[in-house]
Each structure stands twice: as structure tokens, then as C-alpha cells.
Design a protein around this ligand. Structure first.
Ligand code: PLP
Length: 411
């Protein structure tokens, strides 16, 4: 064999987290077959597509089976009907004006946040918050931007911005100059947010340092507090320095249906090696039209239906259902003296382990003693050590039962 692999893949840390969780659950269940385990670690929604969305979805599927209404390849960037609806509903109310060709519909924010790095040079210095949604790190590892992983689980070439109890989960600005900063707010996994003032500091940093912010707003619809920005473009001048990612996955139960979108403003520029400014919007357009053939018509019709009056009400009802779970989790755990974060503007609750237990020990304790599964924080980065993530996506009944079981434990 003479074909060589992309050796950067060998630098990836094994995706040990969810495999190890599954292994420990299996082992426990094998030894305790009668026990009913409640999974509070899942990052997937449990409520199905809402009636209005489903009706639009089905109608569009029927159109696909009729010669008169059949749709073949659509625009790679998405259908204008959906783009217009997104701009009108998600940005105009915030005072943010966007042109149609600044919005790119895709089949997921995972792909977009993962793919975006390939339009930027390999020598760019990258900063990520720690703990972090692993896609940002791993796609930069695959591209060859990070170098090796050190003993502490951090890559030598990345800049980490810790988000921990001590700084209220608000990352400090990078001490050195970085080129690209990944921010995700409301955050997965910590569930915490930045207020307008805190996010403004990042936009100002990016302007001063000529950096670009990759802003993942996948959980935007879960925001309940007034001073939390829904879009980075609510901050003056952010269009010159930021790309924003949004998804229908958690908002409208599209995790299995797949639809998301990315905003790349025309004001956003990056330089080539001659120092000439190039349009990032044009580069992303080139990338998408080359490698992507668009989201299916029925899925885009289903996504459009989330913005109808009925659709909006239905998806907000589901979000409120999850956020009620979130409140139950926060309050139950606080009542037994645990320090809990997040969960107010997001479906994630970030629990500080009691008595300085490490993440995995706390995971095991909850599994063995309460038969409840969380996600050990250490799996999201070294600053996640000493925390555990719970999610609000289970049913109300299971959430209550899980909290009852945990509340009966003594730490
Ligand atoms: N971004 C963040 C922060 C996420 O937590 C997730 C999913 O868990 C995604 C993106 C992926 O979204 P999508 O389903 O649109 O690919």
C-alpha cells in the first residue's frame, strides 16, 4: 500500500467520551438488569416535529411526487422563500438588516462550524473556549492547525479561554493576538451566556486585532433574559468581524430532519498573502457551491413553517417544556446544596461536582446510586474537569424522577 493518510487525523483524541459513557452504562445495566436508568446526558431533543411543521413537510413531499410541482436541484445557498423568512423573523426584529446572499442554508451547524475553517489559512492562530463543543477543535486538528496534544489534553497550537466558576463562565479576552475565535453562546456545555457588554468586548477585540469571531448561536431560541444578545450582529460593527451559525435542530426538533443556516456578512474581509482584502462571503459561497448541493426542498418548506404564527407558537411551547425541565433541575440540585450554572437561557445545566470530586467519579456516583446518567465535564476539555452536564431534553416525568433520586443521595 502506498496511499498515505492525512496524518493530522492521528493527532485527534479518540472520541472517548460517549463511548466510555456507553460502556459504563452497559456494564452497570448488565449487573443490574432490573434498574431503570434515566438518561440526562443526551444532547438530542425528544419532542417530535410540531403539527404545522409536519403538515408543510408532508405537503412538500407530495409536491415532489408530482411532475407539475417536482423540484430538482435547488440553489446551493438555499431557497429564497426560506432565506427571506429567516431575515424577516430572526433578524429584522433585532434591527439587523441582511441581504439574501448573506444567508446560507445548510444541513446542519455541525457541518458549517466544522467546514468554515477550510476557507482560512493554516497559519491562523485559533482560540476556543474551554470547555468546548468538540467540533471546533477536532476540525482544526484534522486541518493541521493545532499540532500535538499535550498531557493536559490541550493542543499545543490552540489558545484556550477557560470558562469556569471563578470567572462566572465568562471567557477572558485572549492575552495574545489570535486570528479566529470560536464563541458559542448560549453555551454548550456550560449553558451559560454572555450579556451584551461582555460580547461587545469580544467584538472590540476582534476589530482591534483584525480577527474573526465564529459565533455559534445554535441555542438562541432558548434565551429568556433580556440583556442576552440573540445575535452577535446586535453589537455595533459585528458584521465586519463575525460569522454567525444558527440551527433548527434544537429550536424546532430538526436534529433528524437537518436544517441550519449561516450568516456571512459582505462587510467581512480576510487578507490574501499579498495583503489584498478578500470577501469571506464570496469564499464561503465558492466553498458551498463546490462541495454542497443544498438542503432538500421538503426540509426547507418544513423549516419555513416554523416561522408561521402557529409554527412559532408550537416550537416555543416545546422550548418552554424543556426550559421547565431545566428549572426543575436547577432548583432541585440547588436545594441539596450543589452549585449549578446555566439552564436559564439554555437547555444545559452545568453542575459543579460536590467535594471536589472529579467528573468521572461524580458520573459513576450518579449512575450507581441514583441510576441517572449525565455527561462528565472533563470530556469537553480540561476546564470541564470537576463539572457534569445535565440536559433538559428528557420528559418532565423522567426529569422529576431523576431529581428525586439525586435529592435522596447524600454527598
Ligand atoms: N453547535 C452546537 C453548540 C451544538 O451543541 C450542536 C449540537 O449539539 C450543533 C452546533 C449541531 O447542530 P446541527 O444539528 O445543526 O448540526
Amino acid at each position: 500500500m502506498s496511499v498515505k493518510i492525512n496524518e493530522n487525523y492521528l493527532l485527534l483524541q479518540n472520541s472517548y467520551l460517549f463511548i466510555e459513557i456507553a460502556r459504563r452504562i452497559d456494564e452497570f445495566q448488565k449487573n443490574n438488569p432490573e434498574v431503570d436508568i434515566i438518561r440526562m446526558g443526551i444532547g438530542d431533543v425528544t419532542k417530535p416535529l410540531t403539527p404545522t411543521v409536519l403538515t408543510a413537510f408532508k405537503k412538500a413531499v407530495v409536491e415532489m411526487g408530482d411532475e407539475k410541482t417536482f423540484m430538482g436541484y435547488g440553489p446551493e445557498q438555499g431557497y429564497p422563500f426560506l432565506i427571506k423568512t429567516i431575515i424577516k423573523n430572526d433578524f429584522e426584529p433585532l434591527g439587523v438588516n441582511l441581504e439574501l446572499d448573506e444567508v446560507f442554508i445548510s444541513d446542519g451547524s455541525k457541518c458549517d462550524t466544522g467546514n468554515i475553517q477550510e476557507i482560512f489559512d493554516l497559519n491562523n492562530k485559533i482560540a476556543v473556549t474551554d470547555p468546548v463543543y468538540p467540533v471546533y477543535v477536532d476540525t482544526n486538528v484534522m486541518a493541521g492547525r493545532t499540532g500535538h496534544i499535550k498531557d493536559n489534553g490541550m493542543y499545543e497550537g490552540l489558545v484556550y479561554l477557560p470558562c469556569i466558576q471563578e470567572n462566572d463562565f465568562v471567557p477572558e479576552l485572549p492575552k495574545e493576538k489570535v486570528d479566529i475565535i470560536y464563541l458559542c453562546f448560549p453555551n454548550n456545555p456550560t449553558g451559560t451566556t454572555l450579556n451584551k457588554e461582555q460580547l461587545t468586548k469580544f467584538v472590540e477585540y476582534a476589530k482591534e486585532n483584525e480577527s474573526i469571531i465564529l459565533f455559534d448561536a445554535a441555542y438562541e431560541k432558548f434565551i429568556t433574559e433580556d440583556d442576552v444578545p440573540h445575535s452577535i450582529y446586535e453589537i455595533d460593527g459585528a458584521k465586519e468581524v463575525a460569522i454567525e451559525f444558527r440551527s433548527f435542530s434544537k429550536t424546532a426538533g430538526f436534529t433528524g430532519t437537518r436544517c441550519a443556516y449561516t450568516i456571512v456578512p459582505k462587510e467581512l474581509k480576510a487578507v490574501d498573502s499579498y495583503g489584498n482584502l478578500q470577501s469571506v462571503n464570496e469564499l464561503w459561497n465558492r466553498r458551498q457551491t463546490t462541495k454542497f448541493n443544498g438542503v432538500s426542498y421538503p426540509v426547507q418548506k418544513a423549516a419555513e413553517a416554523t416561522f408561521t404564527e402557529e409554527g412559532k407558537k408550537e416550537i416555543m411551547d416545546n422550548i418552554e417544556y424543556y426550559m421547565n425541565n431545566s428549572k426543575i433541575i436547577r432548583e432541585s440540585l440547588a436545594n441539596i446544596g450543589l452549585n449549578v450554572y446555566g439552564g436559564v437561557n439554555s437547555p444545559y445545566i452545568w453542575v459543579k461536582t460536590p467535594n471536589d470530586m472529579d467528573s468521572w467519579d461524580f458520573f459513576d456516583l450518579l449512575l450507581n446510586e441514583a441510576n441517572v446518567v449525565g455527561t462528565p465535564g472533563a470530556g469537553f476539555g480540561s476546564s470541564g474537569e470537576g463539572y457534569l452536564r445535565l440536559t433538559a431534553f428528557n420528559s418532565l416525568e423522567n426529569t422529576k424522577e431523576a431529581m428525586k433520586r439525586i435529592s435522596e443521595l447524600s454527598f
